[in-house]
Design a protein around this ligand. Structure first.
Ligand code: GAL
Length: 645
């Protein structure tokens, strides 16, 4: 596949007479793609119904004439001020019942019918105008659904839409009462219009009610996005993309992805390390200027699945950001490392955010490839270095990995609704499994829980999947793969009941959960042979073979030939043991990695990526600090070394 660089550009932020030079400089820096327009609605339609798009026509002409391929966006993430005056109830409402005001961005509720029409209208206008423009080669819908906690809204329009959603799903209110168990605490309803949104209740609302609302909220994003894709498809055959985010799980990205051609995401490794990841202070200090060595890779693998194989990094951090508690600069080499790592995971495009740092408004402290006064910022040289490495490599295609990891958005909603122990977080659990697999030197494919063909996988990990379709378990076994389930896999029904057959509700597994306890961090249980069962421990019984057990106690891991069940939330050492045992059993070759060093197989190439601020020796070869070494047939064929180490 072809792999290229891109950049995010805001022609509306700069005088028109510098567009030509900007475009030429982008091309000179090795950039092929430019994304525009996602926040420009107020300049496109300053007065309701009066469109001023000539400036955008000219911007596209200038960029296209320079040889750049334009990603055009629908501008719906930033409705103009007049829109809020026209539809005062279009804003989302927070958990405390407060409307979220105009003055930043994403000030809309996905359920507001009037805004949905406005969003269809502006999409139609740009689709008609640019759908056949030869320079517009891809489209982005909106911008970062879910950014700034904007999926869940407790507005009146959301309530009315939720009532209709419940009627559609359950048919009768009696069926809903039964499905939710509303006899408990006399929560029964007599008509759908009595059902409120699950905020501001006296104590916790019924988890079935909350989970239904979370499913509804996700469906609203899917429907909102589909209004745009349906319109765009009528006017363009260019691929449709959305730019997702890191660790934002409030909507099912696989569902949104069904209506798009390519998934993309916005990668800000240093910001994520400080504000979106649980890790020790030591880990955060060690990778302060590099980001976590697994966080980006995890999302690359996730979005490759969401994009059905096709994915980009739409926004790549090029220097310090502005939004984390502290905003350190990347070490020399890191911007190039992040970009090459994305390419190693199969990205088609890595696009930097943004071309030039803005001298005004909220993000004036956020670096770009240029400083506000037009000089090159440090990220620019790194982008060039990436271009040089790319040019030196033969084109490759992603190969299927040996190991798959199931990721299920609804499980995050379920376990947030009823964590049962403060440490139980779905992302954290799945990510800890992912880290364990990567510490074993493995490339990983993340897959959706709807996968029914696991052909080619030797092992499939599915921790924490709240509700499991038995067909998925059978499909894993049919593929001859070892399924590793639990903790908390097959633990509830779709409507948040304990399954009638007990836990875990997984076919062909003679394991029974007798009792569940959650534990504070200082009460983790020692597992015989090494590692800890932390946060969470299920007391297991049954006829399946016991493979690991608590020191002087009951089973932690049990299983038959092709399906195993893990009853605890492992610490890193225990994950390493479980991964090693599963890989050994399934015939997957592992190669334990040093801290901060990771491998990724990409086609015929193996990328060795060093997140450390010092060089590492891997298989007898020096991998530069904050650098990348690319191997073919066990021989290094390319390197990226920009560090001063
Ligand atoms: C992203 C967003 C961009 C910009 C960037 C700053 O979340 O899509 O518009 O705000 O963050 O890091």
């Amino acid at each position: 596949m072809k792999q290229e660089l891109g950049v995010c550009y805001y022609p509306e932020h700069w005088p028109e007479d510098i567009w030509v030079k900007d475009a030429a400089d982008m091309v000179a820096a090795g950039i092929s793609w430019v994304r525009i327009g996602e926040f420009a609605w107020s300049r496109m339609e300053a007065v309701p119904g009066i469109l001023t798009l000539e400036w955008l026509d000219r911007a596209i002409d200038v960029l296209g004439a320079a040889g750049l391929k334009v990603v055009m966006c629908t501008a719906t993430a930033t409705p103009p001020r007049w829109m809020v005056d026209k539809h005062p109830d279009m804003v989302a409402v927070d958990e405390n019942g407060n409307p979220r005001k105009f003055g930043s961005r994403r000030h809309y509720c996905f359920s507001h019918a009037g805004f949905r029409e406005e969003s269809a209208r502006i999409t139609q206008i740009v689709a008609e105008r640019y759908g056949k423009n030869p320079h517009v080669v891809a489209w982005q819908t909106d911008n970062e659904y879910g950014c700034h906690d904007t999926i869940i809204s407790y507005s009146e329009p959301a309530k009315v839409a939720f009532q209709a959603w419940c009627k559609e799903r359950y048919g009768t209110v009696e069926a809903l009462n039964d499905a939710w168990g509303n006899i408990f605490w006399s929560m029964e309803y007599y008509s759908f219009d009595q059902i409120e949104l699950p905020n501001l209740t006296v104590t916790e609302p019924n988890p079935a009610h909350v989970l239904a609302f979370r499913r509804f909220s996700s469906d609203q994003v899917v429907a909102f996005n589909k209004v745009q894709t349906d319109i765009l498809r009528l006017h363009t055959s260019a691929p449709l993309i959305h730019n997702y985010m890191g660790r934002i799980l409030e909507f099912d990205h696989f569902d949104v992805g069904k209506d798009l051609d390519i998934a993309s995401w916005d990668s800000y490794p240093i910001g994520f390390l400080s504000d979106r990841l649980e890790a020790t202070d030591e880990h955060k200090a060690r990778f302060l200027r590099q980001g976590d060595p697994d966080m980006q890779a995890f999302h690359h693998d996730l979005y490759r699945a969401v994009g059905k194989g096709r994915w980009w990094v739409m926004e790549q951090q090029p220097g310090p950001v502005n939004w984390a508690p502290y905003n350190p600069a990347p070490l020399p080499g890191m911007v190039a490392l992040w970009s090459l790592e994305a390419f190693a995971h199969g990205a088609e495009v890595v696009s930097y955010f943004r071309w030039r740092q803005a001298p005004f408004a909220q993000e004036q402290m956020h670096a770009g490839l240029q400083t506000p006064d037009g000089f090159e910022a440090p990220g620019m040289d790194e982008a060039r270095a990436v271009g040089a490495v790319l040019a030196s490599l033969k084109e490759q295609d992603t190969k299927q990995a040996d190991v798959a990891l199931v990721f299920d958005y609804a499980s995050d909603w379920a376990w947030q609704t009823q964590p049962q122990g403060a440490g139980f977080d779905y992302f954290r659990l799945v990510f800890s499994a992912y880290r364990g697999l990567r510490r074993a030197g493995l490339s990983v494919d993340i897959v959706s829980p709807d996968t029914r063909d696991f052909t080619g996988y030797k092992s499939v990990f599915a921790p924490g999947v709240a509700t499991v379709d038995p067909a998925m378990v059978e499909a894993v076994s049919d593929a001859g793969a070892l399924g590793l389930y639990g903790p908390r896999t097959g633990a509830i029904t779709e409507d948040f009941f304990i399954p009638a057959a007990g836990r875990p509700d997984l076919p062909g597994l003679d394991v029974r959960v007798e009792l569940i306890e959650s534990l504070p961090p200082n009460a983790s249980m020692q597992v015989a042979g090494g590692g800890m069962a932390a946060h969470w421990h299920e007391r297991l019984s049954g006829g399946a073979k016991v493979r690991l057990h608590v020191q002087d106690g009951g089973p932690v891991l049990m299983g038959h030939e092709d399906r195993w069940y893990l009853g605890s939330f492992p610490d890193d050492e225990l994950w390493d043991r479980v991964v090693a045992m599963a890989c050994d059993h399934a015939g997957v070759a592992t190669s334990p990695m040093q801290e901060g060093v990771r491998k990724r197989q990409f086609g015929e190439l193996e990328f060795v990526i060093n997140y450390n601020s010092f060089s590492a020796i891997v298989d007898g070869h020096r991998v530069p600090a904050c650098g990348v070494l690319v191997f073919e047939d066990d021989e290094p064929i390319a390197a990226c070394d920009l560090s001063t180490d």
